[in-house]
Write a new protein. Structure first.
Length: 173
């Protein structure tokens, strides 16, 4: 069995966060709303990190890239097209590329869990409390991202945007 590294743990955590956030965004009733956009930005960041970090993981073919890295490259292309489509008002294309990317993430997650020799299923079998704690922690991060995205924003005098929080309101007084 291979060992967990910081990179592999960060990769798996980002992928799990993207999986959970993607489910939240898909279930949102209003696409294009400020909350959809805010949560979507975090989802894109998690997806980009997941795809990019995979290039540092070469456990399947030690020292070399594998076919999985080709899928990571495709993910980077599809995410970039999805962002371009959103920024240029092409909603249907944006939706199609995002759903395709999310389905790829689901497939990768199933593949990561389906093979008993992989790290995630080994962790689940041999250290189920650690596995559960990691999933609960990432679910907590997902919840926090959604709650922060729901907070009202206010315009600053210089045209920027700030999240209105109780702490910043106290300092402004």
């Amino acid at each position: 069995m291979h060992r967990w590294t910081v990179l592999i743990a960060a990769h798996a955590s980002a992928a799990t966060l993207a999986l959970l956030l993607g489910a939240v965004v898909i279930r949102m009733p209003r696409k294009g709303s400020p909350v959809h956009r805010r949560v979507g930005k975090v989802w894109f960041a998690a997806m980009y990190f997941t795809a990019l970090s995979s290039f540092g993981i070469k456990e399947l073919t030690p020292g070399h890239f594998s076919w999985i890295h080709g899928l990571s490259l495709w993910t980077l292309v599809s995410l970039t097209i999805a962002l371009w489509a959103a920024r240029t008002g092409r909603r249907q294309q944006h939706q199609a590329w995002v759903i395709g990317s999310y389905c790829g993430l689901l497939g990768a997650g199933m593949a990561a869990m389906a093979f008993p020799v992989r790290l995630a299923p080994q962790l689940l079998v041999h250290r189920p409390l650690v596995f559960a704690a990691a999933v609960v922690a990432i679910a907590g991060v997902t919840w926090a991202v959604v709650q922060l995205a729901k907070r009202p924003h206010r315009k600053l005098s210089d045209g920027g945007v700030a999240i209105a929080t109780a702490a910043s309101d106290r300092f402004a007084a």
